[in-house]
Design a protein around this ligand. Structure first.
Ligand code: HEM
Length: 417
């Protein structure tokens, strides 16, 4: 007599680690520096909308390349959470891992979830929405004029180091109601804190001390500024919580807005559709800003979300605690959503560049970024009407980062004044 055999166990699906190692897609290195769009379409063709990848140090993660899939992930925070402490690969992360600042849990609005995020994020949203854009644009005009005054006599400049990079931080210092005399030191310290070594640590401490002093001052003497609005919010923020959110906004605004400015100027200086209208047609600035968010968005890939339980995404088995990286740049060129080139996207603002859902870049923050960037480009073109690139378009070098897309330098020349 034969006994019935037990049904075979279904095969255990491979983990993201095994798949990433077998597939060998490394989401780092110089390959991504010049033409990442091409690489994303290759990855999509080979792996579909969700690909197993290895981040720096061969840390495994899922990269979501599909627009619809990112939409799904970001609108389902109960499945794809924001709190990084649930990551199942912490033991693989070295202490000097470059993306650690984006991943290490901090008690700021970014890593909160559920009701807590609704309250904290909501308060931040309201405080950002209180910004007077007429006043902001006036302040940015003044900042832009002062930066241009420094190099206008030379007839040449590096628009990244001398314009696009310092400008957003100077604008943020005005939104924070900082004394204007403190702003240059803040810019120096924030830039220095991005390097490594002892001096970077000291620079970071000076930034923290400045923000701490600012919050204490605004508690004593409130003004029409972001810190005062946060302190006055009925939620009852502590000074420490306000400091954290001011740090968060400064970090979220600086390089993103700088790269949006730099990438827009690059487009206008290298593409003859814009070159023809550089001096005269204001409308083209808005088109260039929009095109950059589709084609060369500042935040290319974003870490991230962590699965709260085992689940499936585009047929992939995602394990509880797996890291999911949002491939925002890849989503913008997803052929399912955008079959042709930018020609079909003019005026369309459905890009994923600011992400989506309750943790997406807050709408008032997007408007702040737009006021800063648009004014910065406008003032520059008004002041330097014969502005041109001082090198060839091909010689421009992108920074070697898979996370942010921006130029190392943007050398230009113009008639000195
Ligand atoms: C071109 C400029 C900018 C870009 C491309 C950008 C992009 C992003 C992205 C991709 C995220 C992550 C979304 C996610 O987790 O799904 C984010 C979050 C955030 N951004 Fe922006 N951002 C920009 C400017 C700004 C500015 C100017 C501010 C503030 C003044 C700001 C404040 C924030 C904040 C507070 C968050 C966290 C939201 C949360 O977790 O609740 N951003 N941004």
């Amino acid at each position: 007599m034969t006994h019935p055999q037990p049904a075979p166990e279904p095969p255990t699906p491979s983990s993201v680690d095994q798949l990433a190692r077998a597939g060998g897609i490394r989401l780092y290195g110089s390959r991504f520096q010049q033409n990442p769009t091409h690489l994303y379409s290759e990855m999509r063709a080979e792996h579909g909308p969700v690909a197993p990848v290895l981040l720096e140090g061969d840390v495994p993660a899922w990269l979501v390349l599909g627009y619809r899939e990112i939409h799904y992930v970001t609108t389902n925070p109960q499945i794809f959470g924001r709190d990084s402490r649930r990551w199942n690969a912490w033991d693989r992360v070295p202490s000097d891992w470059a993306p650690l600042p984006y991943v290490a849990y901090q008690p700021s609005a970014v890593f909160t979830e559920g009701e807590e995020h609704r309250l904290r994020g909501g308060a931040l949203h309201e405080a950002l929405a209180g910004v007077d854009h007429f006043e902001l644009r006036k302040q940015v005009e003044q900042i832009a004029d002062e930066l241009i005054d420094v190099f206008v006599v030379r007839g040449q400049a590096d628009l990244m180091a001398e314009y696009a990079l310092p400008l957003p931080l100077l604008a943020i210092s005005r939104l924070y109601g900082m004394p204007e005399s403190d702003a240059p030191a803040l810019v120096r310290d924030v830039m220095a804190s991005g390097d490594s070594g002892e001096e970077a640590v000291r620079a970071h401490e000076r930034v923290a001390a400045r923000i701490g002093g600012l919050v204490a001052e605004k508690r004593r003497r409130p003004g029409a500024d972001l810190p005062s609005r946060l302190l006055a919010h009925p939620i009852g923020f502590s000074d420490e919580e306000v400091e954290r959110d001011l740090f968060l906004c400064m970090g979220a605004a600086q390089l993103t807005t700088a790269d949006w400015t730099g990438n827009t100027l690059r487009l206008m200086l290298t593409d003859e559709r814009f070159a023809l209208t550089l001096a005269g047609h204001r409308r083209s600035i808005g088109q260039a800003l929009n095109e950059v968010l589709w084609e060369d968005t500042p935040t290319q890939n974003f870490i991230g979300r962590w699965a709260t339980r085992d689940t499936r995404l585009a047929g992939r088995v995602i394990r509880k605690g797996d890291l999911v990286v949002l491939g925002l740049a890849a989503a913008n060129t997803d052929p399912d959503v955008r079959p042709n080139s930018y020609a079909d996207a003019v005026g369309n603002q459905a890009y994923m560049s600011f992400s989506h859902g309750e943790h997406g870049c807050p709408y008032p923050a997007r408007e702040i970024a737009e006021s800063i960037t648009e004014t910065a480009v406008q003032v520059l073109l008004d002041r330097l009407p014969d502005l041109e690139l001082a090198t060839t378009a091909d010689a421009l070098v992108w920074r070697p980062s898979v996370w942010m897309r921006g130029l190392t330098t943007l050398p230009v020349r113009f008639s000195p004044a």
